[in-house]
Design a protein around this ligand. Structure first.
Ligand code: PHE
Length: 342
């Protein structure tokens, strides 16, 4: 009996087989229990011999089962560990986090600074009508400014003789849309993409501008000047900022001024706020009465200033980036070099 069960226990291949052997041997109706029952029919002498022997056998079988069970569990664990083997000394695979593109970041910075001065944000469509992009801004059909803008025109359906839509060449059409939407008084900036057919180190066919416009009952160039100086101090983080307002011409402002910022190129690096050089950063002026009227605002009651600034251009100045085209190459090494990649 003993040898039979010890062999079967050793042969049990898994816990289920082992349990079957256990029931057969030492279970309530197992073989050992049956033998125990026979004790009653034995003489006291026989009983004294066989009883302890059966108990010892039961103990031996139970401990053999326990040992075999532990062995099976160890084997199962070894098997699992072999499958889930992990080398903690391998170098980790690094993952880089995404980050904000410099143009988006600068747009946010600009927006925050003007928000502090009470400007809200408006947006307009990138595909504009001839009216919003040109006529409403006092740029009639024959005006040379149209040719200078290197405009992208949308294809027209055959037989459609209306003026073609354009990819907006500046954010100024949003001036008109903002006036129509809210009327006067008004303080708004309009950041967004604009398009011109031009490509070199400082021009890309798609770039970004932010338009600014303030309309009230007695707005003057002095307000414009203060506002832009305040902006430049905050944006470029230079206290002694110096701006130069240079008389210029835009059809939609009168008078008009281009604004330069004082700088130096000491040893090839650009420094703002000092030196003898001037860098143009934006166009501006007092909103032309015809433009106010086109936006539905009475020019006899209201005046306003407006300006338009290249976002990519001021980003280049702030971060010392020499080539505008790199902004749109999606080269992660470039982004990280300028501190924009995580
Ligand atoms: N729209 C002009 C440009 O793209 C900039 C500008 C905006 C000038 C507003 C004056 C007033 O060059």
């Amino acid at each position: 009996l003993r040898d039979k069960y010890l062999t079967r226990i050793a042969d049990a291949g898994d816990e289920a087989a082992l349990e079957a052997v256990r029931l057969e041997a030492v279970g309530k109706k197992g073989e050992v229990a049956l033998k125990m029952r026979e004790l009653g029919r034995m003489t006291p002498e026989e009983r004294q011999q066989v009883g302890p022997a059966l108990n010892a056998l039961k103990d031996e079988i139970n401990s053999a089962i326990a040992a075999r069970k532990a062995g099976l569990e160890d084997a199962a664990l070894d098997e699992r560990l072999r499958g889930e083997w992990l080398d903690v000394t391998l170098p980790a695979r690094t993952r880089r986090r995404g980050s904000i593109h410099p143009v988006s970041q600068v747009t946010e910075e600009v927006t925050a600074i003007f928000a502090d001065m009470g400007f809200s944000v408006a947006e307009g469509p990138q595909i504009e009508t001839d009216w919003y992009n040109f006529d409403a801004l006092n740029i009639p059909g024959h005006h040379p400014a149209r040719a200078e803008m290197d405009t992208f025109y949308m294809a027209r359906a055959e037989g459609d003789d209306r003026p073609p839509h354009v990819l907006r060449t500046h954010t100024s059409p949003v001036q008109i849309r903002a006036m129509e939407a809210t009327g006067a008084p008004l303080r708004v900036i309009c950041p967004g993409r604009v398009y011109r057919a031009d490509y070199d180190q400082t021009h890309t066919p798609m770039f970004h501008q932010v338009e600014g416009m303030a309309i009230d009952r007695d707005i003057s160039m002095a307000n414009l000047k203060w506002c832009l100086e305040e902006f430049c101090r905050a944006f470029f983080e230079v206290d002694d900022i110096a701006l130069r307002f240079r008389a210029s011409h835009f059809p939609f402002t009168e008078p008009s001024a281009e604004v330069d910022i004082r700088c130096s190129w000491e040893g090839g690096t650009l420094k703002l706020g000092e030196g003898d050089d001037w860098l143009e950063i934006l166009g501006s002026g007092m909103v032309h009465p015809k433009v106010l009227a086109a936006g539905g605002i009475d020019p006899d009651v209201w005046q306003g200033f407006a300006f338009g600034m290249g976002i990519d251009r001021i980003a280049m100045l702030k971060y010392g980036i020499p080539d505008l085209r790199a902004f749109f190459d999606s080269d992660l090494r470039w982004l990280r070099h300028y501190g924009f990649g995580a």
